[in-house]
Structure formats: C-alpha cells, structure tokens
Write a protein that binds this ligand. Structure first.
Ligand code: SAM
Length: 277
C-alpha cells in the first residue's frame, strides 16, 4: 500500500510507518536512556522525526536510511541538528561496527534507538547484538509479538535464538506499548518499545562467546530434530560425542533446544568447547 503525504509516497515494502506525535517521540528518547555524552545509532530515519529529539539530547547521531527518496526531505528536516549525520545504506548489509567507529571514534559510548522497519526486525536486532557488543543499550520499536518473543521463557511461543542472544548480554524489558494508530500510515499490528540494557557482566558467562552464538543458531536449526542431532550436524560431531557434551552439561539425551534455559546453553557451550578441543 502506498499513501501520498507531503508529496512523499510511503513504501509499505520498506516498513515506512512513521511517528509524528512529538510527545511520544520525546518519551521514546527518555526510555532509550539517551544522555549528553552518548553517541546514537538510529536505523531508519524516515522524515527524521526521531533523529531530531535524539540529536537534541545526545552528543552525536548517525542514522542509516535505505530510501534515497527521503534524503532531500532529511536534509531540510535536519538543518537544525548539526550533530546528526545520515548515511544512505541498507542497515542489514552495512558494517555497523565500522560505520560507528568512523562516525564516533573507537571507544565512544554507544546506544541504539530506532523505530524499526518491521519486515527485518528479527534479523536487525540479531545483527545489532552480534556486531555492536559495546552498545550500552538497544531501544527498538517492534511488533508486539516480537516483544513477546524477546521476553519469552523455555517452552513458550517464540522462544528461540534471538531471545537467548539478547538475554545473554542484556536486561530486556517492554518499556511501552504503542497502538497502531500512533503511526502514519498505521500498521496492521500494535507495537512495543523494547529496551535492552547491557548488563555489566553476562548472567551466565561462557568461555567462548562466539561458540555460544554458533550453538544458539545450530541448536534451533531443525526444530523437529533432537538437540543431539542438531549438535552433531552443526559441529560435525558423532552423535555419541554430542551426547557426551550434553551429559557433561547436565542435559538429558532427549532434550530439545526450546526447553533449555540460558544457563543450560552456557554450560553446553563450555562442554562443547572441551569436546571440540
Ligand atoms: N524513524 C522514523 C520515524 O520513527 O518516523 C521512520 C521509521 S520507519 C518505521 C522505518 C524506516 O526504516 C523507514 O524510513 C525505511 O525507509 C527505513 N528502512 C527500511 N529498511 C531499511 C534498511 N534495510 N536499512 C536502513 N533503513 C531502512
């Protein structure tokens, strides 16, 4: 669906559901924990409605926008925000760490805030968490059901690699429910503003974080298979070795990934590390 507004055709295919309510935008900035020393990465500038209040509160803002047609509008909208910079790119393909290092410097205090395009929410959150481990917080508007997924526990609907990946490093909370009517044009579903605040230390630290991430992806790969079979396939192990690693982590032979807690995955990651040498 396309809707004409201010001469701009909103592209449904790019998730262009914009927010215009200034009080809501200010509230989102507050919830995103933006401070005067923070460097902000925003994904999806749109008309710059969130970029502007972010720029007022933060030291510096880098916003990534895929739609070239928005650039002339953004140039005007951000005239009064000299500390905001727009890069026209596909955030999913971008080297986020390199873009942030270039815009802010290597050790800058980084936070992420975005009203995400919903067609790529899961992939983007996963990319943000994996590629920007230094981010102090990631505050994102998502479909309500993605919010549920991020908060779900073992055995519940939506529980999976994204839930666990986020939970490993962040405290996750639903900061605000936002009805569809708050967007232009309104999407078909209601939304939640989710705030992921980085813990000082992971709740259940592992020896090798890269291995844990590989494990989370591999464990849920084939939902019908048992964990032992998924592990064997993903790590090129004999089934017997996979079972031994599970036993060492105190996990039963018939276990399925969706039943395990983060602590169990952490134990399994360390046991696999031993098995793989
Ligand atoms: N921040 C604005 C607001 O709150 O009103 C716009 C939010 S709108 C939900 C999402 C924005 O992300 C759109 O401007 C869309 O063009 C942009 N977008 C969609 N896919 C993108 C991608 N892969 N990379 C960067 N931006 C993208």
């Amino acid at each position: 669906m396309k809707q004409r507004r201010q001469g701009f055709a909103h592209k449904h295919s790019l998730g262009q559901n914009f927010i215009e309510d200034e009080a809501l935008l200010e509230r989102l900035c507050e919830l995103a924990l933006v401070g005067g020393e923070d460097c902000m990465l925003e994904i999806g500038a749109g008309f710059g409605a969130l970029t502007k209040p972010l720029a007022r509160r933060a030291k510096s803002v880098l916003t990534l926008e895929i739609d070239r047609a928005l650039l002339p509008i953004l140039n005007v909208a951000l005239e009064g925000s000299p500390n905001a910079r727009v890069v026209c790119c596909d955030a999913l393909r971008a080297d986020l760490a390199a873009l942030c290092a270039e815009a802010f410097g290597a050790d800058a205090p980084l936070r992420v805030a975005a009203n995400l395009p919903y067609y790529i929410t899961t992939e983007l959150i996963s990319k943000l968490v994996r590629e920007l481990p230094q981010a102090k917080s990631i505050a994102v508007m998502v479909q309500r059901e993605v919010g549920d997924k991020l908060l779900s526990g073992p055995g519940e609907d939506g529980y999976g690699p994204l839930t666990l990946l986020c939970r490993y490093r962040y405290d996750v909370r639903r900061a605000l429910d936002v009805p569809a009517a708050c967007f232009t044009p309104p999407p078909k579903v209601d939304s939640s503003f989710m705030v992921l605040e980085r813990r000082e230390h992971p709740e259940t630290p592992v020896r090798d974080e890269a291995l844990l991430l590989r494990l989370l992806r591999g464990a849920f790969r084939m939902r019908r298979k048992t964990l032992a079979n998924n592990l064997a396939a993903c790590f090129s192990l004999d089934r017997a070795d996979a079972l031994r690693a599970m036993e060492a982590a105190g996990i039963g032979a018939q276990a399925r990934a969706e039943e395990l807690t983060l602590a169990q995955f952490a134990a399994l990651s360390d046991a696999l590390g031993d098995a793989l040498g």
